[in-house]
Structure formats: structure tokens, C-alpha cells
Ligand binder design. Structure first.
Ligand SMILES: Nc1ncnc2c1ncn2[C@@H]1O[C@H](COP(=O)(O)OP(=O)(O)O)[C@@H](O)[C@H]1O
Ligand SMILES: [Mg+2]
Length: 240
């Protein structure tokens, strides 16, 4: 099976499999459920966050946190950087919600050290977070995989129309963007005018989509990683 076929299969398995709740993740702030999804005898482990379990947030009044998680996944896919594990919106035992593939992690990795490291996946993630305006890139939202790749999770509070970038990944602040990042931002910019912009509009407000375009434009104009703003807390609390 080629990679694309496998990838489509994962999305189908997540989206159409029979979802069965195995447990609740205790360190989670919303109803975040550890599940399996089974289709045609194949089972995947996943996370299911029902919209019904979302705590209302005064600064994210529109749409759903699940819709923001899907939007982050769409941007991640459009970038080709695979920051976010495969994620779908679907119905489940507690109603509609987001369902995301469970990623096995290397538990020997020290998240504090990792978050301060120069890992190229984190450098890409820093650009991704600037695009999606991630307000919650804490240590526990980094998943170091056994193969050395690093992915990110918990994108429920992204895409605010107001600048809210809160992250541990400030090691590249004001550094020039890599050529690869500039190239990818150009792709995202074009995609936001077309299919990506349309797809995001299903989950975000018009203003939030427009602000996403403006953040990409700003990055392409400065060609630099952002700096922490003095106007809001630039580091998530708690940081892990
Ligand atoms: N896709 C995933 N793969 C592996 N572990 C995950 C995944 N999603 C969540 N987790 C684990 O569950 C915890 C809670 O998930 P998170 O998305 O942060 O939920 P919440 O929105 O409730 O904060 C994470 O800190 C992580 O340990
Ligand atoms: Mg979390």
C-alpha cells in the first residue's frame, strides 16, 4: 500500500470506525476521552473530545474548540509539516466531536529539554503556531515520537482574531525564517485564497480566517520568527 492510501485509510478508520470509549484522560481540562475506533477488523487508538464536554471560554465565544482543532489539522496538512496527528470531526457516543489518532511517545524524552532544543520539527512548529495563533503551546502539548519526530496536540485555543501566541518555543525569536518556512508560508498563502480558506470558513469566523491570512502575510513580510509580545503573557501557564 502506498503512503497516500495508508493515510486515507487512517482518516476513514478515525472517521467511520466504531468508536468505543476506553477511559478519560485525567490531566485533561475538558472531556478528553481515550478511545478505540474499529473498522473492517482494524483498530486504531484515538482521542475523542466531544463538543458537549467543552468548557465555555469567554475569549473563544464562536464556534467550537473541536472546530479549532480540525482547523489546526487542516493548516498542518496544507503545510506538509505534519505537525498535528490525523484529526477528523465525527459523531460519537457523546455526540459530535473531534477524533485524533493517538501518537505513541518516547517517555524517556525530557519535555523541558526538548522544548528548549533546536529540533527542526519544533522550529517548524514555531512557525505553524505563529500562523494558527496558538495560545497554548505548553510542554505537555509536544509529543516526542520514538522515531525522533515531534508532533503537537491540543489546538482548541488557536485562531483567535486577537494576537495570543503563547508558547515555550521562543528559541528562534526574531531569527530569520528558514528558506523552507518561507516556501511553505507562500504555499499556505495561496491555499488560504482557495480550498484551505474555504475549509477553514466552515469552522472559524470570517474575521478569524482573514486574520490568519494577515498573520501569514506578516511572517512573509518580516521573514522572521515572531518575538514575545509585551502586551500579553507569552508563555503558557502552567508551562507543562
Ligand atoms: N493524539 C494524541 N496522542 C497521544 N497523546 C495524546 C493525544 N492527544 C492527547 N494526548 C494526551 O492526553 C493529554 C490531554 O490531551 P489534551 O489534548 O491536552 O486535552 P485538553 O484539551 O483536555 O487539555 C495530553 O497531555 C497527552 O498526554
Ligand atoms: Mg491540554
Amino acid at each position: 500500500m502506498d503512503e497516500t492510501a495508508e493515510f486515507q485509510d487512517v482518516l476513514r478508520l478515525l472517521g467511520q470506525g466504531e468508536l468505543s470509549v476506553e477511559g478519560r484522560l485525567v490531566d485533561a481540562s475538558n472531556a478528553t476521552l481515550y478511545c478505540t475506533s474499529t473498522l473492517d477488523g482494524v483498530t486504531a487508538t484515538c482521542v475523542y473530545k466531544p463538543v458537549r464536554g467543552e468548557r465555555p471560554l469567554w475569549d473563544f465565544p464562536d464556534g467550537t474548540l473541536a472546530g479549532r482543532e480540525i482547523s489546526a489539522y487542516l493548516v498542518s496538512e496544507a503545510s506538509g509539516w505534519e505537525v498535528v496527528p490525523p484529526t477528523v470531526l465525527r459523531d460519537g457516543p457523546f455526540g459530535p466531536g473531534m477524533c485524533q489518532l493517538w501518537v505513541e511517545t518516547d517517555d524517556t524524552v525530557d519535555l523541558g529539554q526538548l522544548a528548549r532544543s533546536e529540533h527542526p520539527d519544533l522550529r517548524r512548529m514555531a512557525v505553524f503556531d505563529a500562523v494558527v495563533n496558538n495560545a497554548d503551546r505548553k510542554g505537555g502539548h509536544l509529543l516526542p515520537r520514538p522515531d525522533g519526530r515531534v508532533q503537537g496536540i491540543d489546538h482548541g485555543i488557536c485562531f483567535s482574531a486577537e494576537d495570543k501566541l503563547r508558547t515555550l518555543l521562543w528559541q528562534w525569536r526574531s531569527d530569520p525564517l528558514t528558506e523552507e518556512a518561507v516556501f511553505v508560508l507562500g504555499l499556505l498563502r495561496a491555499d488560504l485564497e482557495g480550498p484551505l480558506g474555504e475549509a477553514l470558513s466552515e469552522h472559524l469566523t470570517t474575521t478569524e480566517v482573514r486574520r490568519t491570512v494577515e498573520r501569514v502575510d506578516h511572517l512573509l513580510n518580516t521573514r522572521r520568527h515572531p518575538e514575545p509580545s509585551p502586551d500579553w503573557p507569552a508563555i503558557p501557564w502552567p508551562p507543562f
